[in-house]
Design a protein around this ligand. Structure first.
Ligand code: 26V
Length: 750
C-alpha cells in the first residue's frame, strides 16, 4: 500500500546514464538544475521504512532486468507535511499533485469495477456448484496510473501502477429515479474519498473502515487486471504460479489471498482445492514488524458487512485450517484460539497471509529468528518450510550515486564505476585505508557535504552550526521503541556536565533529529516538543558556547534524507533490541561513511558482522536480555533512578521547569511513563533508563575515536567498503531465486 519513491527526475536521469547530459542541457537553457530538481514535489506515498524499501526494490528489479510491477494506491494526499510551531508538530495536508502529475500516465483502458457491501446469495447451478449473486452493493471504478521505473543502464522499464478511484456514473444525476439518485450520490462520495489520503500512523492500526476499503480496492483492481491479462494468453490456471507471483508487503495487501480465491472460484469456475493450491503457490508474505500494535485485525462485523463474499471465503479457509489443527493437535481449544484466522470476533490478517502463502519472510536475520522462535512459533512448528529470511537492502543508485555526488566521484575515480551495479565492488576501497591522500580527499567530501548542510540549516532555521563539529544524526519515524528519548537524555547529560565543568574535554557536536509522529500518538508528539525544548535550552546557553547544538529538522522526508545522510559522521540506530525489524537508514548512513552507534537489533547485527567490532559502536541490552526482562517483570526503573546520579538529574529536568518554565507539568507524562508506567504500559517499557549508562559510555568512545582523525577516517572508509551486502540488488536476487523462481528478461533495442 506504500511506495515512498522520492523525486523521480534525478534518478531517472542517472539510471538512463543521461545525468550529465541532462544537467548540461538544462543549465544551457539558463535554468539552475538543482532548482529544477527541487521543484518536483517529493511523493510521500508511504510512512517510513516499509514504503521506502518497496521503492528501493523497484529500482533493483529494473536494474537487474526482472519484469515486475509495484502495485499501490494513487493517494491524492501523501504523508502530512510537518510544521513545527512553538516546538510542537502540526500536520498540514500534502497536496503533491497540486502542480500536475509529471510522471503518471493514466491507463483508462485498464479500468475495472470494484464492489463493496450489499448482499450475497448462493444459488445452486445445474452442475451442483454454487453461484454467488451480489445485490445492492456499491461500486466504484479503479483506474490505474503508470509511473516509469527505468533500470540503471538497462532497457528494462518496470511500472509502478497506482490505482485511483473514479465514480462509475458521473453522468446526469437528474435522470435517475429516487433510489438510484441517492445510491449514485453515495457511490460518487465513495469514489472521491477512497483514494484521498494515505493513513499516516505507521505501526499503529486504527481499524478504520476506509482503510479496509482502500486495501480491498487496490487488491481487487490488481488481481482482476492480472487475471484478465493471464486469461487472454492462457487457459490453464495451473500455469498461473509460473507466470505470476505476488509478494505481500506486510499484512496490508493480504486480503489478496481471499480475493484471488473469489476470482478463481466464482469468476473462473475453478474447484476450491485447485484454486487453493494455486493461491498458495502465487502468494508470499513479508513481515515487517513484531510491534503488536501494528498487527492488523478487523472486527468481523465490519469485515463481513463491507466484503460479504470475501468474508465467506475467509471463513471457509479458516474452517479448513482449524480442521487441520484438530488432526494435528486434537481438539485443543487453546491451539485453535491462538492460531485461528477468525477468532475473538476478529479476522487476523497475518494468519491469513501465512496460511495462504508458500513463503513467510522476515527482513533481517535476527528478526526472522524472533518470528520463528517467538511471535509466529506455532506457525513455524507446522510450516517450517515456509519461513525464510531476506535481509533488507537499499539502492546505491539513489543512496550514493544521486545523493552524494562528491563521494561517488571520488570512489569512481579510484576503483571505477562498477559499484553502481555491483556494490560488493566497494571492497576494492579497502587497500586505501592506508592511503593518506585518498583518506584526506574522502574526509574532505564529508566536510563539503557538512558545509552544504550547515548552509541549509542556516537558511531554514537561522541556527549556525560548525561544519567541523561531529554531525550526529537520528532520522526515522518518531516511536518510543526507536528511543529518540535515549538520544535526548544523553544530550541533556552532556549539557549538565558542561554546566558543572565548562572545561570538560568533549569535541563539538551537532545533534540532528528528523522525525514525523503519528498525529494521534501523544507520547511521540511530546518527545518532539522535548527535543525542541532541549534545543532551545542548549543552543542559547552562553556557557555551552556552541559546543553542542541540537536541531530538529522540520518535515523529514526522502529528499531531506538525501541531504542529511551524506553529511553524517554518526548514525544513531538505538532501538530497544528485538524491536526494530531491520532498519534501512542504518545501511544508508554506512554507505555514506558514517559510523553507527547502535544496539544489537535488526540489521545492525549484520552491519557489525560486516565491519567488525572496531568500526561500529555497540551498546545496551541484547534482544534475548530485553525479551527476558520484559517477560519476567524483574526490571525496576526506580532502582536505576536511585543509584545513577546522571539519570536522576536528567529525569528531574523533566519536571522542575528548566525545560518548560511556564508549565512544570509539560513533560510529566514522560517522567511517569519511565518510572511508573503510563496508559497501561510497564514502567520504561523500552528500557531507556536501563541502557542509559551503556549508551553514555559508548558515546564517550565515539568522542574519543573522533579525536584521532586518521582512525576515524579509516573506520568510516571500512563502513563504505563493507556495505556491499546491503544493496537491495542482493536482496532482490534472493527474492527472485528463493521465493519467486523469477528469470531475468533482457530487453533488446534495435
Ligand atoms: C502499519 C500501519 C498500520 C495502519 C496504518 C498505516 C500503517 C503503516 C505501516 C504499518 C507497519 C509498518 C511496519 C514497518 O514500517 N516496518 C519497518 O519495515 C522496514 C522495512 O522492512 C524495516 O526496516 C523497519 O525496521 C520496520 O520498522
Amino acid at each position: 500500500m506504500e511506495f515512498l519513491t522520492g523525486r523521480f527526475l534525478g534518478n531517472i536521469a542517472i539510471n538512463m546514464k543521461k545525468y550529465d547530459a541532462v544537467r548540461e542541457v538544462i543549465e544551457e537553457l539558463g535554468i539552475d538544475y538543482n532548482e529544477l530538481e527541487n521543484a518536483e514535489k517529493d511523493p510521500g506515498l508511504g510512512n517510513g521504512g516499509l514504503g521506502r524499501l518497496a521503492a528501493c526494490f523497484l529500482d533493483s528489479l529494473s536494474t537487474l532486468q526482472y519484469p515486475a510491477y509495484g502495485c499501490g494506491i494513487r493517494y491524492h494526499y501523501g504523508i502530512f507535511e510537518q510544521r513545527i510551531e512553538n516546538g510542537y508538530q502540526v500536520e498540514k495536508p500534502d497536496n503533491w499533485l497540486e502542480n500536475g502529475d509529471i510522471w503518471g500516465v493514466k491507463r483508462q483502458e485498464y479500468a475495472v469495477e470494484i464492489k463493496f457491501g450489499g448482499r450475497v446469495t448462493p444459488v445452486r447451478k445445474p452442475d451442483g456448484n454454487f453461484k454467488f449473486i451480489a445485490e445492492n452493493y456499491q461500486s466504484v471504478m479503479a483506474v490505474p496510473y503508470d509511473y516509469p521505473i527505468p533500470g540503471y543502464g538497462t532497457n528494462t522499464v518496470n511500472t509502478l501502477r497506482l490505482w485511483d478511484s473514479a465514480a462509475k456514473n458521473s453522468f446526469d444525476l437528474q435522470s435517475f429515479n429516487k433510489g438510484d439518485y441517492s445510491k449514485s450520490l453515495e457511490e460518487q462520495n465513495l469514489a472521491s474519498t477512497l483514494t484521498e489520503v494515505l493513513y499516516p500512523a505507521d505501526e499503529f492500526i486504527s481499524g478504520k473502515e476506509l482503510r479496509l476499503k482502500q486495501q480491498y480496492f487496490f487488491i481487487s483492481a490488481t488481481l482482476q487486471r492480472v487475471l484478465n491479462r493471464f486469461s487472454e494468453m492462457h487457459s490453464d490456471f495451473n500455469m498461473l504460479p509460473d507466470k505470476v507471483q505476488f509478494q505481500l508487503n506486510d499484512t496490508h495487501p493480504t486480503v489478496a489471498v481471499a480475493e484471488l480465491m473469489r476470482l478463481l472460484v466464482d469468476e473462473y469456475n475453478l474447484q476450491w482445492n485447485d484454486a487453493w493450491d494455486i493461491t498458495r503457490k502465487v502468494c508470499s508474505y513479508t513481515n515487517h514488524t513484531i510491534m503488536s500494535e501494528a498487527l492488523e485485525k478487523w472486527p468481523i462485523e465490519l469485515f463481513s458487512r463491507l466484503l460479504p463474499r470475501i468474508y465467506m471465503i475467509v471463513e471457509e479457509i479458516n474452517r479448513r485450517f482449524c480442521a487441520l489443527l484438530i488432526t494435528r493437535f486434537g481438539d485443543d481449544p487453546i491451539k485453535i484460539r491462538n492460531m485461528a484466522i477468525v477468532a475473538d470476533g476478529q479476522v487476523r490478517m497475518a494468519y491469513l497471509a501465512i496460511v495462504g502463502s508458500h513463503s513467510v519472510n522476515g527482513v533481517a536475520a535476527i528478526h526472522t529468528e524472533i518470528l520463528k522462535n517467538q511471535e509466529l512459533r506455532d506457525f513455524y512448528d507446522i510450516y517450517p518450510e515456509k519461513f525464510n529470511n531476506k535481509t533488507n537492502g537499499i539502492t546505491q543508485r539513489r543512496w550514493l550515486a544521486h545523493c552524494n555526488p562528491l563521494l561517488s566521484k571520488h570512489i569512481t575515480d579510484t576503483i571505477g564505476d562498477t559499484w553502481i551495479t555491483d556494490l560488493s565492488k566497494l571492497e576494492g576501497l579497502l587497500p586505501y585505508t592506508e592511503d593518506a591522500v585518498f583518506l584526506d580527499k574522502f574526509m574532505d567530501t564529508k566536510r563539503q557535504n557538512k558545509i552544504v548542510l550547515s548552509n541549509y540549516i542556516m537558511t531554514k532555521t537561522g541556527v549556525s552550526v560548525d561544519p567541523d563539529s561531529i554531525f550526529d544524526i537520528q532520522v526515522k519515524r518518531l516511536h518510543e521503541y526507536k528511543r529518540q528519548l535515549l538520544n535526548v537524555f544523553h544530550i541533556l547529560d552532556l549539557y549538565n556536565q558542561l554546566k558543572t565543568n565548562p572545561a570538560l574535554d568533549i569535541l563539538p557536536r551537532t545533534f540532528i533529529f528528523g522525525a514525523k509522529s503519528a498525529a494521534s500518538y501523544r507520547m511521540a508528539k511530546l518527545i518532539i516538543k522535548l527535543i525542541n525544548s532541549v534545543a532551545d535550552l542548549v543552543n542559547n546557553d552562553k556557557v555551552i558556547d556552541g559546543r553542542i547544538k541540537v536541531l530538529f529538522m522540520e518535515n523529514y522526508n526522502v529528499s531531506m534524507a538525501e541531504m542529511l545522510i551524506p553529511a553524517a559522521d554518526v548514525s544513531e540506530q538505538i532501538s530497544t533490541a528485538g524491536k526494530e525489524a531491520s532498519g534501512t537508514g542504518n545501511m544508508k548512513f554506512m554507505l555514506n561513511g558514517a559510523l553507527t552507534i547502535g544496539t544489537l537489533d535488526g540489521a545492525n547485527v549484520e552491519i557489525l558482522e560486516e565491519v567488525g567490532k572496531d568500526n561500529i559502536f555497540i551498546f545496551g541490552l541484547t534482544a534475548d536480555e530485553a525479551i527476558k526482562m520484559a517477560r519476567d517483570g524483574s526490571y525496576a526503573p526506580w532502582d536505576i533512578y536511585n543509584i545513577n546520579h546522571s539519570v536522576r538529574a536528567v529525569l528531574t529536568q523533566l519536571i522542575n521547569g528548566v525545560l518548560s518554565p511556564d508549565d512544570h507539568y509539560l513533560f510529566k507524562d514522560l517522567y511517569d511513563a519511565l518510572l511508573s508506567g503510563w496508559g497501561g504500559a510497564r514502567a520504561d517499557e523500552y528500557f531507556v533508563l536501563k541502557d542509559f549508562d551503556s549508551y553514555v559510555k559508548t558515546q564517550k568512545m565515539v568522542n574519543g575515536k573522533y579525536k584521532n582523525k586518521n582512525a576515524w577516517a579509516k573506520s568510516a572508509l571500512i563502513n563504505v567498503a563493507k556495505s556491499g551486502k546491503f544493496s537491495s540488488d542482493r536482496t532482490i536476487e534472493q527474492y527472485a531465486k528463493e521465493i519467486w523462481d523469477l528469470k531475468k528478461v533482457e530487453i533488446k533495442m534495435q
